[in-house]
Ligand binder design. Structure first.
Ligand code: AMP
Length: 277
């Protein structure tokens, strides 16, 4: 069943809670693939009832063309979610989420400043605002996010801590195609040639992580990874960095967890990925 209004959602969740069910929420922008469905399955394993939200949030698109071209496949999404065991789909219209007179922005400092934060101005404010709203609307006990968007996941954790939100955040593994490409709704926009080139990003990252662990200097490893990606036909690399996995800043202590994050363009599509180092 697809719910469109906050009142309907709240009524549904209140009834579930009255029956003693725990409630999980999986926020998405639709155009669902196996990555999203894996989140829904983990949620279904943990929670009595699961809501998936489908909302293409205009506030998080810093590029109007990207918003316009964002794939929308709601009917098919609802079928996939039903097979994954999701109990309710919440797909509000833009006016339901941002009615006339809406003036609040949630802005998380620290972890959201570098990398995506620096390159996509306003993006994380848009994400933080909509996530805060979706958590408030759904009153879920647990919320599921993909490690695919590592920086976003860390930002959501920070947001929930800082604002004392009564929800547990669960980060789920990145799901990849057999050739290593991280699944993403934007992959649908790749031409056959772009799709052929795209796995080179993950391959270069794996090789860079291995070399770094073997003691090769950071600068050399990163420069080599960038050159490899460009050599495989990518148009540009916005960043490939190794950072502190939790803080997203420069490595301060190599005994802490490290993460390699990257963003690069192939075939007019911006791909992001990240791996453990
Ligand atoms: P999106 O629809 O792109 O906003 O993604 C919705 C949620 O699905 C986010 O928490 C993403 O991190 C997660 N997600 C997207 N792609 C993947 C993937 N390949 N593996 C795991 N989670 C993913």
């Amino acid at each position: 069943m697809i719910l469109r209004t906050v009142v309907e959602l709240r009524t549904q969740v209140a009834a579930w809670k009255a029956e003693g069910h725990s409630v999980g929420v999986v926020p998405t922008m639709g155009a669902l693939h196996e990555g999203h469905l894996s989140l829904a399955r983990v949620a279904k394993r943990d929670c009595g009832r699961v809501i998936t939200t489908i909302f293409v949030n205009p506030k998080q698109f810093n590029n109007p063309d990207d918003l316009l071209k964002y794939p929308r496949t709601e009917e098919n999404d609802a079928i996939l979610l039903a097979t994954a065991g999701v109990d309710t789909v919440f797909a509000p219209r833009v006016e339901e989420v941002y009615p006339a007179g809406f003036v609040t922005t949630v802005s998380v400092g620290g972890v959201s400043a570098p990398l995506e934060g620096a390159l996509r101005p306003g993006h994380f404010d848009g994400v933080a605002t909509v996530v805060t709203k979706l958590l408030g609307m759904s009153q879920a006990d647990r919320a599921y996010f993909g490690q695919k968007d590592w920086q976003q996941l860390q930002m959501v954790r920070q947001l929930v801590r800082d604002l004392n939100l009564n929800v547990e955040i669960i980060g789920c593994e990145t799901v990849r195609d057999p050739d290593g490409l991280a699944m993403s709704s934007r992959n649908q926009r790749l031409t056959a040639e772009g799709r052929r080139k795209a796995p080179a990003l993950y391959a270069a990252m794996l090789s860079a992580a291995r070399q770094f662990r073997n003691g090769k200097p950071l600068d050399e490893v990163l420069a080599q990874a960038k050159a490899a990606v460009l050599g495989e036909g990518f148009d540009s690399v916005e960043y490939i960095e190794i950072v502190d996995a939790d803080m997203l800043g420069p490595i301060i202590d190599s005994t802490r967890s490290l993460r390699m994050l990257a963003a690069a363009w192939v075939d007019d599509v911006r791909l992001i990925d990240n791996i453990v180092v």
